[in-house]
Design a protein around this ligand. Structure first.
Ligand SMILES: [Zn+2]
Length: 241
């Protein structure tokens, strides 16, 4: 089940919103990607667990990621917990990624920063041979990832690096709009849905503006910004865009 990139999200639409352009781009060059959602988003004001599961499945098919699973941790109540850490370590060792992408270190939704901390600490623990985990009855090997990057979510945070996602911006919006219960589709009056900070048409405009804003930093039309858990290294300076 080895993949190149493993993406974690606190809620089932976080990965699509934060880094699906990067996912589309890497899959287009033959890389394998998996997603692990920490919670089912059961506290969401719109939709319910079943609709969000169906929406996540649809988005997964659109992105063509190799694997997606949900750890079923409690939405709204993520905290530093040994059992949560070990569940995340198990997922990291199962997918053996080179790179991990995870939530923003601080954000409007408090789960995002907590999820980010849990993943970063699990990445460290995953490398330790004396942390014992099992998968399907077998003891797992320790696994060290090359680096962990936080995608940027609601709050503007200054990125350490930007991925050029030009050409994948429309596919990103298609993956996001698979979550029909969460975002604007023009049906709110008919469905009597509660208005949330992400359900307005302006939120979709904001998402496109954020892609443009990040792209502008590296002089391309569209980008996604990331914060590095530790300084990234490159083999060759001339391969930078
Ligand atoms: Zn979220």
């Amino acid at each position: 089940m080895k993949v190149d990139i493993l993406c974690f999200g606190a809620h089932p639409d976080d990965v699509e919103l934060g880094c699906s352009g990067t996912i589309f781009k890497h899959i287009s060059i033959g890389k394998k990607v998996a997603i692990v959602d920490l919670t089912l988003g059961e506290l969401g004001s719109r939709g319910n667990v079943e609709t969000r599961k169906a929406e996540a499945k649809k988005a997964t098919e659109i992105m063509n990621v190799s694997y997606r699973e949900n750890l079923g941790l409690p939405d709204g109540f993520l905290h530093y917990d040994k059992d949560y850490l070990l569940q995340i370590v198990t997922a990291i060792r199962k997918y053996q990624p080179e790179i991990i992408l995870c939530n923003a270190p601080q954000d409007r939704h408090p789960d995002h920063g907590k999820a980010a901390q849990l993943v970063v600490e699990s990445v460290f623990l995953s490398g330790l041979v004396n942390i014992k985990t099992t998968f399907e009855g077998k003891q797992q090997l320790n696994w060290r990832v090359k680096n962990t990057f936080h995608y940027i979510q609601d709050y503007y945070l200054k990125p350490d690096l930007v991925v050029d996602i030009t050409g994948f911006e429309e596919q990103k919006m298609t993956a996001i709009l698979a979550y029909t219960s969460q975002f604007y589709s023009g049906n709110d009056e008919k469905t009597k849905s509660v208005t949330t900070p992400i359900s307005s048409p302006e939120f979709l405009t904001f998402l496109k503006a954020r892609m443009s804003e990040m792209g502008r930093i590296i002089h391309v039309p569209f980008g996604e910004g990331f914060i590095a858990a530790r300084q990234p290294g490159v083999n060759d300076l001339t391969s930078l865009v």
